[in-house]
Ligand binder design. Structure first.
Ligand code: SAH
Ligand code: AVI
Length: 378
């Protein structure tokens, strides 16, 4: 018990330090484009919180009427449907993004350190296959912690990080600007599942998509193929895509990665309920839910759920809901792929694998693929 408390206190201290550092650099030299808008500098002091979803610094409860309408719609539909399910992208308010960063440092969460080690070991090979001068477009960039490894290797002409977590994106960009002072950076705050228009400054530049972290695993196969096809369209023929895809492995390794001893993943999952309460005027008794991680072998995916530990009733946005003891809200899928499955997934969306790297234990795969016109003949 004490160990958990100590660990929580340490994490909070790290976050506090990081937040102070980030706040000092909150305004970046880059213009953040909110998806669907013309470029404009985002001043944290004047941003309407409703427009940036969950990027609230003020601990006071926001007005639910100002909440992101897409968040409200997904939550209300998700709690009304059977099975109950809410899309995983809503994990990433500021707190959720911070908790995800904590997860990446957990001993059980092998994904981040393994992908980093693959990137470090093979950066030169990757660079020789991509060539210099590409505009690097990163999907779900988060803290951009792995990005410097790629940028330092491939000598890019520009960098475009895309993320739904706006405040976090701004902070990450400020950090990258310090590390790469002459690199043009064009951040886009938005949902990469929607069609994206790249900044005009990228016209006629060859592109390299970067989609690390196995974020593709958070989509089912049809959604993953749709997204990869949309990336093909956005980046264009001749573009390359460097994508990290987690591999199928023993359940004894997978489950702890999604149900760690310190309870950080549980906190990450439960934060979704806190977010609903904060932003949608919810009255969910969060302590009446517990984090559950399961391996679904038929679907080859880890599932995260929030299970009611007693009968509960609550309201969200003024609408009543009841959940019986033992029932769950499905909050995330994390699909795992064999090496051939991963290559087939890419090919299904028009991406031809041209390079592939893994770690010594084969835990994680990093694939470089090229956007080629699909041949008509067999
Ligand atoms: N690429 C980082 C972060 C992975 S976490 C890494 O490899 O460690 C997933 C990231 O994708 C988060 O930063 C989250 O905010 C972002 N994200 C999730 N769904 C998204 C969506 N639909 N559109 C844009 N960003 C999204
Ligand atoms: C971002 N994504 C790839 C993570 C994953 O492993 O599916 C999110 C996560 N969920 C629980 N832990 C980490």
């Amino acid at each position: 018990m004490a160990a958990v408390g100590d660990a929580r206190a340490r994490r909070a201290a790290v976050r506090e330090g990081a937040a102070t550092k980030r706040d000092a650099n909150a305004v970046t030299r880059a213009d953040i484009i909110r998806h669907g808008e013309t470029p404009a500098r985002v001043d944290p002091a004047v941003v309407d919180p409703a427009l940036v979803g969950s990027t609230l610094a003020d601990p006071a409860l926001p007005d639910p009427a100002l909440a992101d309408p897409a968040f409200r719609a997904d939550v209300l539909a998700g709690l009304s449907g059977r099975p109950r399910a809410i899309p995983a992208r809503w994990f990433y308010d500021r707190r959720g993004s911070e908790l995800f960063e904590d997860i990446t440092r957990l001993p059980e969460y092998y994904l981040t350190r393994t992908e980093r080690s693959i990137l470090s070991a093979h950066a030169a090979d990757i660079a020789s296959l991509t060539g210099p001068g590409r505009a690097v477009v990163e999907f779900g960039s988060g803290s951009s912690a792995k990005t410097p490894l790629v940028l330092a290797a491939v000598a890019p002409s520009a960098y475009v990080p895309i993320d739904i977590s706006g405040e976090f994106l701004r902070d990450s960009v400020a950090e990258l600007e310090r590390q790469f002072p002459i690199l043009p950076i064009h951040p886009i705050e938005g949902d990469f599942m929607h069609r994206l228009v790249l900044p005009a400054a990228l016209a006629n530049r060859p592109r390299l998509g970067f989609f690390p972290g196995s974020t593709i695993g958070n989509m089912n196969a049809p959604a993953a193929v749709d997204l990869l096809r949309a990336m093909w369209e956005t980046l264009g023929e001749g573009s390359k895509l460097l994508i990290g895809i987690d591999r199928i492995k023993p359940v004894s390794v997978l489950i702890p990665a999604y149900d760690d001893a310190q309870g950080v993943t549980a906190e990450f999952n439960l934060n979704l309920l806190h977010r609903i309460n904060r932003e949608l005027g919810g009255t969910i008794p969060v302590s009446a839910f517990r984090h559950v991680a399961r391996w679904n072998d038929t679907e080859a995916r880890i599932e995260m759920h929030l299970e009611a530990t007693r009968d509960v009733s609550f309201s969200v946005d003024g609408r009543p809901f009841a959940i019986s003891k033992g029932k769950t809200i499905h909050t995330e899928n994390s699909y795992k792929y064999g090496p051939r499955d991963a290559r087939l997934l890419l090919r299904s969306a028009g991406w031809t694998p041209i390079g592939e790297w893994t770690d010594r234990e084969g835990l994680f795969g990093l694939i470089l693929a090229e956007a080629r016109a699909v041949p008509a003949a067999p």
